[in-house]
Design a protein around this ligand. Sequence first.
Ligand code: SF4
Length: 288
Amino acid sequence: MANFGKRVPENVSGDFFVDSTCIDCDACRQIAPTVFGEAAESSFVKAQPSSSTDRRQALRALLACPTGSIGCLGGDDVKAVMKDFPLVVEEPVYYCGYNSPKSYGGNSYFVRHPAGNWLIDSPKFVAPLVRQLETLGGIAHIFLTHRDDVADAERYAEHFQSRRIIHREELSSQPDAEVVLEGPGPWELAPGFVAIATPGHTKGHCVLLFQDRFLFTGDHLDWDRDQRQLSAFEDYCWYSWPRQAESMRRLADYRFEWVLPGHGQRVHLPADEMRKQIQRLAKAMKGE
Ligand code: SF4
C-alpha cells in the first residue's frame, strides 16, 4: 500500500499520488497516460483524473503497479475495478495487469482460445486475477519468453495444470517446465501459435507469434512513444547486441500487426508499416 508520507514531490495535489517505492517500470504511464508522467527516476501524478474514464484508468494502474506505489485517498470501489482484468487489447488477446516485481513490472498477456487458453509471461499470482482467469476457462499453456519474466509461472502452472514452454537456454529460471524448446526453431506449438528464437537480450529469448497478427515480444523490442518508432534496449541487453540485431533482421520475415512487449509500450500498426519499422530498427542496431 502506498505511503502518503513518502509521496514523490512531483505529484500534483489531489486524491492520487505515487510514493518513493516506485521502480519506474512504466506500467502506470501505459495504462493511464493522462494521469501519470515520468520524473527523473520515478513516475508521478502529472494531472489528477478529470473524468470517470481517467479515474478508472488510474485505478487500474493502481492495481497493476508491481510495488503498490500508487495511492488513492478517494473512497473508490477498487474491488469493482479488479473485474477489469484481464483487460481486452483486441479479442481474443488480453493484458493481465497485476505486474510482478519479480519481473521488474513486466507486462503479461492472456489469449482466449477454443483449444486451450494461453498465458504469455506471468503476472503476480493474486486471487482476483486467478478467479477471473478461472471464469475465462483457465490456462492450458504458459509461454515464457525468457528467464527475467517468469515471475509466478510455477504457481499458475500448478493451479491450472498448465504446460510451461521455455527455451533450453532459459531453463534454469523454470527447471520443471513441461515443454523445452531446443535449437534455433521456429516451432509451431499449436495451430496459429509459432515460437521464434530471438537470441540477444538473453541467449534463449523467444517471441510468440499468434495468428500472424499478434507478436508477444518479451524484452526483444517495444514501441518508443516519444520517437514514435520501434525500439530495443541496448543498455538492458544481457547476452549479445549483435545477435539481437540479427534476430531483429530475421523477424522481418514474419507478418504481424501488434507488438506486445514485456517491458514498454505496445503498438498496433499495419503489417507493411510494421515490417518497415523492423527493417529500420535492425539496420540501426547494426549501425548501418
Ligand atoms: S506502475 Fe508503479 S512502479 Fe511502475 S512506474 Fe508506475 S508507480 Fe512506478
